[in-house]
Design a protein around this ligand. Sequence first.
Ligand code: GLV
Ligand code: MG
Length: 351
Amino acid sequence: MLRPPRDFFRPLALGAPEPLREIPVTPSRMIHFMNAGNERMRARVPEMLQQVDVLLGNLEDAVPTDQKVAAREGFIEVARTHDFGQVGCWTRVNSLDSPWFLDDVMEIVAAVGNKVDVIMIPKVLGPEDIHYVDRLLAQLEARHGVRRPILLHAILETGGGVARVEEIALASPRMQGMSFGPADLAASRRMKTTRVGGGHPSYLVRSDPNPAHPEAQRAVAQQDPWHYSIARMVDACVHAGILPYYGPFGDISDPVGCEDQFRAAFLLGCVGAWSLHPSQIEIARRVFSPDPEEVRFARKIIDSMPEGGGVAMIEGKMQDDATYKQAMVMWTLAQQIAKRDPEMAGKYGIA
Ligand code: GLV
Ligand code: MG
């Protein structure tokens, strides 16, 4: 259930900051995961801040139980001691049913509530999970004098979450976006794959047999087992005015498979993906920065329809109000990326 429209943007605790009306759209092509409990990783933070759009301190899966507290304290230290500039400062806390969640949130907001932009909530089952964190954050913001609302990001990684994805997207004005989590989702659905994202050789379609040569080889093509859920997530996010992301691609040794998975998500409307390894930063940068040729074409469309309407013919292709809007999406993103990424600025010809 949504709060009544008149109450939706009211703070949930006295003294908490006003919720945002619009989600800030800044480049977030890659959400780079680090275990900040690891001293070597902490030492690389200044270098990472030069390379990534979002740096995330991971406290959940992949952090061993005996390092949970170190990961939390390490993230607090990183957030406190570094100037993130335009880079997003995010954390993924442990799940709501874990013994760590409450301390994760209470300690992080108390220590660095004015530095953290987004808290990622894993294994979200429905809007009630978001409502709970929403109120808790408002109370903590009020107690610790946090000046701007900390935003929430849900991981779509349970069958229940997919069934209620629209309700989750609309649960709170804190919702910044959603990431697709193929590993937990596969487990939750009892899918028969141990892969983290990507296709599967057994999930395929086969061409019909040739009646004249029934024994002849029949062409097969692998299908995308994630298409339906990612598309639903994109629609739910667009409907709610928040941002959709692809999550992890687990096979670090397969950069081509990773790029294909990221690109499929990009084409469907996702704005970024997780990088679990430094090699995936460059892949995400390549995929989620729009192609310079397309940006050039988008600029042409905008220039040919200054009012944003009517009809025009450019290089043999018909343009109208809808393609103008597509062009504006592309151009606005290119401009934002150009501000952060001098190499892409050069390719886009944006000074
Ligand atoms: C991400 O957290 C996943 O489970 O895929
Ligand atoms: Mg997961």
